[in-house]
Design a protein around this ligand. Structure first.
Ligand SMILES: Cc1cc2nc3c(=O)[nH]c(=O)nc-3n(C[C@H](O)[C@H](O)[C@H](O)COP(=O)(O)O)c2cc1C
Length: 178
């Protein structure tokens, strides 16, 4: 299997098991520093769009508003496979197609509370007990549309690295030095 098919297969099967390493990824955005954090991968489409959920008041959201270019970094330890998806993040907000279905999904899963703190995520509080919850749900879904995918697999004999760039709907391959 070539590296593109390997990366694509693992991304598409990431929801088959709760233990798949691609269920989480590191999301990097532009901020005062390069800003990276772990998020849950909620869905990968056939086109390799990646969906995740967040609080609309979080720093990553203002960073994406300033500059929507992001990187999603995945690592599969057993396969020694690193997949770096660089792309553009799009908000799925109130009024956008699909928003209310996604909101229902988190409500049904009992996760809506995560998006209801009175203070915005990252705010400083005096004590843990000052963190309070309200009725407003600051839920936002974000879809990353890939521009290119850098795939590296470490092997015993040799390491392999390819970059796949989306051009006019086709993934063009470049062989890279690992
Ligand atoms: C295992 C794990 C999963 C997480 N999943 C999410 C997530 O899906 N969405 C999210 O916004 N934050 C998630 N977080 C919290 C983020 O890593 C981060 O701390 C938070 O979103 C604030 O980031 P920001 O200030 O850069 O926006 C997760 C953290 C951990 C440890």
């Amino acid at each position: 299997m070539d590296l593109f098919e390997l990366a694509r297969t693992e991304l598409l099967r990431s929801h088959e098991s709760q233990r798949h390493p691609f269920l989480y990824f590191s999301l990097a955005t532009f901020g005062h520093y390069p800003e990276a954090r772990t998020v849950v991968n909620r869905k990968v489409s056939r086109e390799l769009d990646i969906l995740f959920f967040t609080d609309s008041r979080s720093h990553k959201v203002s960073q994406i508003r300033e500059n929507p270019r992001v990187t999603a970094l995945f690592y599969h330890p057993k396969k020694k496979l690193q997949v770096r998806v660089r792309g553009v993040a799009n908000f799925i907000d109130k009024g956008d197609k699909g928003y209310y279905q996604l909101l229902e999904r988190i409500k049904k899963a009992g996760n809506a509370k995560d998006y209801t703190t009175l203070q915005a995520p990252g705010s400083t509080v005096e004590e843990e007990s000052d963190i309070a919850f309200g009725n407003e749900i600051y839920f936002l879904a974000i879809r990353i549309k890939p521009d290119d995918i850098d795939v590296l697999q470490l092997g015993k004999e040799q390491h392999n690295r390819r970059c796949y760039t989306l051009k006019k709907g086709q993934w063009e391959e470049a062989v890279l030095t690992p």
